[in-house]
Write a protein that binds this ligand. Structure first.
Ligand code: LLP
Length: 430
């Protein structure tokens, strides 16, 4: 399967006279300027995706909390902050990033099963909107820290609704067997405990059942469960004001039907009509995935060796200068990402290539069995790399992290310079 017109259409990349562009800037020009590998993002597409989701909830009191983990590059966060986004964070480091771009702490929700004492204190002192609490132990710790710091901690319980999001097991979070959230039957007692605690302010209920969800039914099932819980709590005199439905809205990587945000929005708006609840969502991938590409150069071509009568067919390897340390999704989830030449090259014969990186692991591949016409030195663009791309990158094999650029109309800016070996060595001593 290669890149279909529908997929290309769903991404920020498009061809102009045989050359791949993001907005009005050629990726070749960017690569010539900053070198490869590089991540390039379209600010117009980030904005467009934000507005689409926001628009789907028009008529309802709501707030988008961008899930920082999907792409925490400051320029990306700043783009969303300017659009009025709140943020969903999972660490003190992410909170620091939000503050660095002028994000409003009162629009920050803090998720995650392992919030440390230091992180809780930081969030309390910063005055975040809400802690999405994932266990009885965490609730106790937040209460103790708030008491010590003479604060009142706003909290929601993250419920594990035990629904199957029908996605990759590594990114499924709303099943009983997953480590996330609190089961509904234990939640009632915890809400009562929290409501009686002067250092806790019970705000709401939250859930996040998984990621890359393309079909909305599991999200609707979770919504029904949370509404049932809200009603049960109401009957006990505990009134919740905030409902956080998490993220998970799926995008097209290959041939998936993209998540129908408008149909989802209509359903949710209908369900919440007449209830005095503020709705939050925590989208990550939907806002960033197809707004970003990873641009890389072909270092070497290693066509298959041996004759036709060999027992085992060999493979054609295209060794590129990006690797699993730059984009981990293929190695970690066997994720499929579209690969396109930056300059259409009709002079080379089309062959079936394994697109692999320089890292010393057989698992270091970016794409398998792609029909491409390749020369050494060609630039390739790996699509849908704007979410869970740069954030999952590492220094494995002592490789420097890639440069990142933000494209806007006719121009682009280097928003993260390529890491240097001095950067890497600077934290160590002999
Ligand atoms: N809220 C919470 C509490 C989350 O755990 C996540 C993602 C999100 C929101 C955002 O989900 P999204 O809208 O992006 O689906 N590295 C994996 C994805 C891990 C998702 C983790 N949690 C990948 O590359 O597919």
């Amino acid at each position: 399967m290669s890149v279909t017109p529908e997929l290309l259409n769903a991404t920020a990349a498009h061809y102009r006279n045989g050359e791949l562009f993001i907005e009005n800037v050629s990726l070749r020009e960017i690569a010539d300027s900053v070198g490869t590998p590089l991540y390039a993002y379209s600010s117009a597409m980030l904005t467009q995706q934000y507005r689409r989701l926001d628009g789907a909830l028009a008529g309802l009191a709501h707030q988008l909390h961008y899930a920082v983990k999907a792409n925490s590059t400051l320029a990306v966060l700043q783009t969303f902050a300017k659009l009025g986004a709140g943020f969903d964070i999972v660490s003190g480091g992410e909170l620091s990033r939000v503050l660095a771009v002028g994000g409003n702490p009162e629009q920050v929700v803090f998720s995650g099963v392992g919030k440390s004492t230091e992180e809780i204190d930081f969030a309390l002192k910063t005055g975040i909107e809400c802690f999405n609490v994932e266990s009885a132990g965490e609730l106790e710790r937040i209460s103790a820290r708030a008491t010590l710091l003479q604060k009142v901690a706003p909290i929601a319980l993250r419920i594990n609704p035990n629904v199957d999001p029908k996605t990759h097991p590594y990114i499924s979070t709303g099943l009983k067997e997953n480590k996330f959230g609190i089961l509904q039957h234990t939640a009632l007692a915890l809400y009562q405990q929290a409501a009686a605690d002067p250092h806790l302010q019970v705000r709401g209920v939250a859930c996040h059942i998984g990621s890359q969800i393309c079909e909305p039914t599991p999200l609707f099932d979770a919504l029904d469960q949370l509404l049932g819980l809200i009603d049960d709590l109401n009957a006990q005199g505990i009134t919740l004001t905030d409902l956080d439905l998490g993220g998970g809205f799926g995008v097209t990587y290959e041939d998936e039907q993209p998540f129908d945000v408008d149909a989802w929005g209509r359903h949710v708006v209908g369900k919440l009509a007449g209830r005095r609840l503020k709705l939050s969502i925590e989208p990550g991938r939907f806002l960033t995935a197809n707004a970003g590409v990873l641009v890389t150069r072909v270092e070497y071509l290693k066509p298959e060796e041996g004759s036709d009568d060999d027992q085992q067919q060999g493979k054609n390897f295209a060794v590129i200068d990006a690797a699993m340390n730059d984009l981990l999704r293929p190695s970690l989830y066997q994720a499929w990402h579209g690969v396109l030449p930056v300059q259409e090259n009709r002079s080379a014969p089309t062959k079936r290539w394994e697109i692999v990186g320089p890292v010393c692991e057989s698992g270091d591949w970016l794409a398998k069995s792609r029909n491409l016409a390749l020369h050494e030195g060609d630039l390739l663009s790996i699509l849908s790399a704007g979410a869970y791309g740069s954030v999952l990158s590492s220094n494995y094999n002592s490789r420097n992290r890639a440069a990142e650029v933000m494209v806007s109309g006719e121009s682009f800016r280097l928003v993260r310079r390529r890491e240097s070996i001095q950067d890497q060595l600077s934290t160590e001593v002999l």
